[in-house]
Design a protein around this ligand. Structure first.
Ligand code: PLP
Length: 406
């Protein structure tokens, strides 16, 4: 059972666990901003308000901050600074990579998976309405892994048009992690471009674009305890694309718009901390999640999990729990919320309503009679929160489960 929380060494100043606090198990939707991150952002907002494009002292100071942040992000990925472009987040990064690959790099075939985030699915659907594109959705297995044999068959086809493969590193709903090394090697072998949505893994898994080459990689600060509304796109130096957002010449002419300096500085700090503490945080969260699984299985009958939580390479921050059919399930998320526990149904849904299905659960043919709740963790969670959640789940689900009859 995890006892020592890595944040107790003052990464969260003044943080004291209290059972009256709400319990936040929705870290795949977004993570809390760390105090250390806020501390580096505040002076930027207060004092270093210059526009990085201005040539006077304030502007030069802001430019220095942006370029220093670029260096931090590049180092974290084994990239060069010229390959990192700041964006407003994962959605913009995904849109830029996919749409510009078609518009500017001659891509006429896209291979992706039905379990991608909507920022990829909808970007592909949108660009396919504008260009004569061949789009292939790979078959996925019951755990949500796209079939790599099918990928290779498609890539190996002779006379195929220029191809972009867009596959996410880890799935945000069910936590399955793809074998990026193999996918990268296949794309290299057959000359396809590769985009990976690494929004859920940047800062949580070691990533190195020299060891695992990709053409594009998307990241988003708020998934690793940085601020919202800022992210980055890694673009391999061999790919020259035109601006996705037309305007001024910011981001080396790729993305018009005055830079979100405080956000960029905060993202770099959050990433620096995430990389520095990656092993400690990962070990702690893995333990916490294992404990959550054990407690669920000993408390309730017929608990199942989507994805591959028993796999050590799985996205350890995510646990997709499938509860057996019960009339109590219908409003389970709402009851948890009332009990002070934030979780989510599969993915963060745009309407805020409790969703009955998700495209990812549909793709893995999850039993629609069962109820899926995604609990997602960070190093700021505590084992006491797991216990409290079990207690609340018991109260909510009784007498529909075995726990009640005890
Ligand atoms: N891709 C994945 C896998 C995500 O989980 C998310 C956020 O939920 C996004 C993309 C979108 O990122 P952002 O919220 O920064 O636009």
């Amino acid at each position: 059972m995890p006892t020592q929380n890595p944040c107790s060494n003052a990464s969260l100043k003044g943080f004291v666990f209290s059972m009256n606090r709400r319990i936040y198990f929705d870290n795949a939707a977004t993570t809390p901003l760390l105090d250390e991150v806020l501390e580096v952002m505040l002076p930027v907002l207060r004092e270093h308000y210059g526009n990085p494009s201005s040539i006077h002292a304030e502007g030069r100071r802001a430019r220095t901050l942006v370029e220093s942040a670029r260096k931090t992000v590049a180092q974290a990925l084994g990239a060069s600074t010229a390959e990192i472009f700041f964006t407003s987040g994962g959605t913009e990064s995904n849109n830029t990579a996919i749409k510009c690959a078609v518009r500017d790099l001659g891509v006429r075939r896209i291979i992706s998976s039905p379990t991608e985030h909507h920022a990829v699915l909808h970007a592909i659907e949108a660009i396919a309405r504008e260009y004569p594109l061949e789009v292939h959705w790979l078959r996925v297995d019951a755990q949500g892994r796209p079939e790599l044999e099918q990928l290779e068959q498609l890539l190996a086809q002779g006379n195929a048009p220029r191809t972009l493969v867009s596959l996410m590193h880890a799935n945000n709903e069910i936590g399955v992690v793809l074998d990026l090394g193999t996918i990268s090697a296949l794309c290299g072998q057959y000359g396809a471009l590769l985009h990976t949505d690494a929004v859920q893994t940047v800062g949580h898994f070691p990533l190195n674009v020299q060891q695992t080459p990709v053409s594009f990689l998307s990241g988003s600060a708020h998934k690793f305890h940085g601020p919202k509304g800022v992210g980055f796109l890694y673009i391999n130096a061999h790919n020259f694309i035109r601006p996705f957002i037309d305007g001024g010449g910011q981001e080396r002419n790729l993305r018009g718009g005055t830079e979100n300096v405080a956000g960029i500085v905060g993202m770099a700090k959050a990433l620096e901390l995430a990389v520095r503490d990656l092993d400690t945080r990962a070990a702690y969260i893995r333990q916490l999640r294992r404990h959550f699984i054990e407690r669920l299985c000993e408390t309730f009958d017929d608990i199942r999990f989507n994805g591959t939580p028993e796999d050590d390479n799985d996205l350890y921050t995510v646990l997709s729990v499938s509860f057996p059919p019960s009339p109590k399930n219908e409003l389970l998320l709402l009851h948890l919320d009332i009990a002070g526990i934030s979780a989510s149904g599969g993915s963060a849904c745009t309407s805020g309503a409790e969703q009955h299905s998700s495209h990812v659960l549909d793709a893995i043919q999850a039993d629609p009679q069962r109820k899926t709740i995604r609990f997602s963790f960070s190093h700021l969670n505590h084992v006491e929160e797991v216990e409290k959640t079990m207690e609340k789940l018991r109260e909510i689900l009784m007498p529909a489960t075995r726990a009640l009859s005890r």
